[in-house]
Write a protein that binds this ligand. Structure first.
Ligand code: NAI
Ligand code: 15L
Length: 287
């Protein structure tokens, strides 16, 4: 059992006196920095840390002021241990982000996550924000409201790897008191790309707000929150994560003319419209 007093230790400097810059964190690590969301977050998280350490296995360009670049494969245990040195908190966005063959998912999202949490523990990092996914629950029907306490129903190897991440982070909290916010992100793109995303849409601004809440709420323990904007229709219930105070400001409704709700029931003979995971439910398994 972890020492309960660990829970009273915040992941950032409450006095905001860490340096002349008055930024709450000395060093924030962002993994997946070369990816779609990583590139969005790169500039936006800078006000929170004296140094943002950016990591990915792909090219991230060169470091600008206040940045450090560490190229590494999450499956490389020794490299991940080095990656975590001197880090205060982690925004973990690296890994395979779609349905894939098991082998690459296992390397990046399962072995990679085990490497990350062991390094987090060894380095004394206090908090992780984990980019989980709506695909931990892809096999719930679109007619069902889902909350964080309901059993996971993943829709493929990708979703299963995110279930692993949520379970692993729960274990590291129970065992060592390392706090994690698992953000079950819906569809985070500049705008919804289809009718399903009208329900799962998360704007970039709301993603930032979600991250801000997850990073600066004094005590988060192990929290699961669904990352969606204030969309008119939605199949997730965030009441278990109310303590984070996340209030989305955007909504998919501004795109309603593109994907009008015809009020007809979706065709229930098509798994991609029957289940919340959409096309992911039929994408696998690719073994
Ligand atoms: P992405 O695929 O654009 O970026 C992922 C990054 O991880 C890539 O730059 C890739 O090079 C890197 N990566 C993959 N395997 C790696 C490894 N073994 N070692 C180091 N780096 C590795 O994905 P995106 O859209 O930016 O998503 C970021 C995170 O958010 C992912 O974990 C994804 O599962 C999660 N997410 C994203 C959603 C979205 O709507 N964009 C929805 C739900 C979850
Ligand atoms: C995800 O988990 C993926 O990373 C992203 O690319 C989208 O496909 C999203 O889910 C979604 O469900 O729309």
């Amino acid at each position: 059992m972890h020492d309960f007093l660990n829970l009273l230790t915040l992941p950032f400097d409450t006095n905001m006196t860490s340096s002349v810059t008055n930024k709450p964190f000395k060093r924030l690590l962002l993994t997946g920095a070369a990816g779609g969301l990583g590139r969005v977050l790169r500039e936006r998280i800078k006000p929170w840390a004296e140094i943002v350490r950016l990591s990915d296995m792909s090219d991230m360009g060169s470091a600008s002021e206040g940045e450090e670049i560490v190229r590494c494969d999450l499956a490389d245990k020794a490299a991940v241990l080095d990656l975590l040195e001197g880090v205060d908190a982690v925004l973990h966005f690296g890994g395979i982000s779609v349905e894939e063959r098991f082998e690459p998912i296992m390397q990046a999202n399962i072995l990679g996550l085990a490497n990350l949490y062991e390094a987090v523990h060894k380095s004394g990092v206090k908090r992780v924000l984990y980019a989980s996914s709506n695909h931990v629950n892809g096999y719930y029907p679109v007619t069902q409201l889902v909350d964080a306490d309901m059993p996971m129903r993943p829709d493929g190897f990708y979703g299963i790897s995110k279930c692993f991440g949520e379970a692993l982070s729960r274990f590291y909290f129970d065992r060592f008191g390392i706090e994690t916010v698992c953000m079950r992100i819906g569809s985070c793109f500049p705008e919804p790309l289809n009718a399903r995303m009208m329900k799962t849409f998360l704007s970039y601004n709301d993603l930032m707000e979600l991250i801000r809440c997850a990073l600066f709420t004094p005590r988060v323990g192990h929290t699961i929150i669904f990352g969606v904007s204030d969309n008119d229709a939605c199949w997730v219930d965030n009441s278990q994560a109310a303590h984070l105070g996340y209030r989305p400001k955007d909504s998919s409704r501004q795109f309603a003319d593109r994907f009008p709700d015809t009020a007809e029931r979706p065709p229930m003979d098509d798994p991609a419209t029957t289940f919340q995971g959409g096309p992911f439910v039929v994408a696998g398994p690719k073994y």
